[in-house]
Design a protein around this ligand. Structure first.
Ligand SMILES: Nc1ncnc2c1ncn2[C@@H]1O[C@H](COP(=O)(O)OP(=O)(O)OP(=O)(O)O)[C@@H](O)[C@H]1O
Ligand SMILES: [Mg+2]
Length: 458
């Protein structure tokens, strides 16, 4: 399977995750094993292969400690189709709201796009070459075997014309490649989008049956060619895109997408605790339990109809997550618990973690703000004690107001940098902005001290 190109070992997976997520070693290990087990399963021969079940996981932990982030990064690493859904958004079949099967349809959409993009990239060079020929055809129409009066022309004459034409064409090709013709206008036939301006509003639930009305209508409508006039550089792109579409076999794309969903799809179900029962010994109320019952077949393995065909969910990896403050995993209906055999707890983040989160991940917040200000020619620098102070305040506010984990860093930084972000470039001509502990205190202390104020601002 080619989406397993880069088959990472569990150790390598953890190393990759370490680039984005600080701490949470146990959770990283669990997802690494789950991912590797999928690949292992693919290697198992014979009937046993179908018997091996995915290692569905429940990530338990307070908000903002990296549960979703770990799953998201994992899917990226695995190059796997990925969707994230909120368990609390689903409703029992028959009630208003989304039914659980829609998550598999979303997964299939994602996979189709993913495969289509890969295939497009594969044929891109060829499509561009074809586009180039087409544009040359427009600029220098090939020689016709008859003159304008429709009389046959002598063989010699044609040959010399063809030769000249060929020469000019090569000369134009050089210019075209060098981009010298980019701004020249050309007129060409473009396939007009089918069904433009026509919104298909099917009766509710048609999508649920996996029927693609847009496509059916699109196929019924005659495909019209439309004259378009654009610059050469735009025309190249438009024509290359059209050629690429023609080179791709959509049936094959859909088949591969479905295979990919079935064998490597990842579904993250957030807020699973919200559909668990619990809370002072009462049983789960009917609708929550209903959602769990609806989830069950999907997690256990069922067939879901999608626009692209039937998807078997047996080997899709499900990663559920939740804070489980009120309810416990044991409040989930037993069958569902059985389908999530791996439970990992994520830790609350400490001040030391915050320092790391601010600075080390590839997408670290401070790197993000530096990059933003860099575009204005301003160099943003945090001193060591400045970073420590931000982390300290985040920890303090988390413990005093509400623990929202690493998300606290976002709110603190936006408040801290508010003035700078507003005043650059008008009022801060300086090329360098340095933020130390004192600057952080000056800006934030008053807010932190005032509980009411920090509730609103930080
Ligand atoms: N351990 C961590 N290392 C680096 N960044 C983190 C970590 N934990 C959280 N973050 C950052 O905090 C933000 C929120 O994290 P995430 O979405 O993973 O929270 P969560 O655990 O899923 O919370 P919730 O229960 O509210 O869904 C993200 O921007 C993420 O990058
Ligand atoms: Mg989350």
């Amino acid at each position: 399977m080619d989406n397993n190109r880069k088959e990472l070992t569990p150790t390598q997976i953890v190393i990759e995750l370490d680039q984005y997520i600080i701490g949470q070693t146990e959770a990283k290990r669990a997802v690494a094993i789950a991912l590797r087990n999928r690949w292992r399963r693919q290697q198992v021969a014979g009937v046993l292969k179908d018997e091996i079940m995915p290692n569905n996981i429940i990530l338990i932990g307070p908000t903002g400690v990296g549960k979703t982030e770990i799953s998201r990064r994992l899917a990226k690493l695995a190059n796997a189709p990925f969707v994230k859904v909120e368990a609390s958004k689903f409703t029992e079949i028959g009630y208003v709201g989304r039914d659980v099967e829609s998550m598999i349809r979303d997964l299939a959409d994602y996979a189709v796009n993913m495969v289509k993009m890969e295939k497009t990239a594969e044929v891109q060079a060829k499509a561009e070459a074809l586009a180039e020929e087409k544009i040359l055809d427009i600029l220098i129409p090939p020689i016709k075997r008859a003159n304008s009066q429709g009389e046959e022309v002598s063989e010699d004459e044609v040959n010399s014309e063809v030769y000249k034409n060929q020469k000019t064409r090569e000369w134009m090709r050089v210019k075209l490649k060098a981009g010298e013709l980019d701004d020249k206008l050309v007129e060409f036939d473009a396939a007009s989008q089918t069904a433009v301006g026509m919104q298909v509003l099917g009766p509710l639930g048609l999508d649920d049956m996996g029927i693609n009305i847009q496509e059916i209508m699109g196929n019924l409508m005659p495909k019209k060619k439309k004259k378009r006039k654009t610059t050469v550089s735009d025309a190249r792109q438009i024509i290359a895109q059209e050629e690429a579409q023609k080179l791709i076999d959509m049936d094959a794309v859909q088949r591969e997408a479905i295979e990919r969903v079935e064998n490597s799809g990842i579904v993250v179900i957030d807020e699973i605790d919200k559909v668990a029962g619990g809370g002072k010994g009462q049983g789960p109320d009917v609708s929550r339990e209903g959602v769990q019952r609806d989830l069950l077949p999907i997690v256990e393995g069922t067939n879901v109809n999608t626009k692209y065909g039937v998807v078997k969910t047996d080997h899709v990896l499900f990663i559920a997550s939740g804070a489980f403050h009120v309810s416990k995993p044991s409040d989930l209906i037993p069958e569902l618990q059985g389908r999530f055999p791996i439970r990992v707890e994520l830790k609350s983040l400490t001040e030391a973690d915050f320092i790391q989160i601010l600075t080390t991940p590839q997408n670290a917040l401070l790197k993000q703000y530096s990059a933003l200000l860099e575009t204005e020619g301003v160099n943003l620098e945090f001193t060591k004690d400045g970073i420590k102070e931000v982390a300290r305040i985040a920890t303090e506010v988390n413990s005093q107001v509400e623990n929202i984990g690493a998300r606290r860093l976002h709110t603190i930084l936006t408040t801290l940098l508010d003035d700078i972000l507003f005043d650059v470039p008008d009022k801060i001509p300086a090329k360098k902005v340095k933020i130390n502990a004192k600057a952080v205190k000056d800006k934030l202390d008053i807010i932190v001290k005032d509980r009411d104020l920090s509730k609103y601002i930080l």
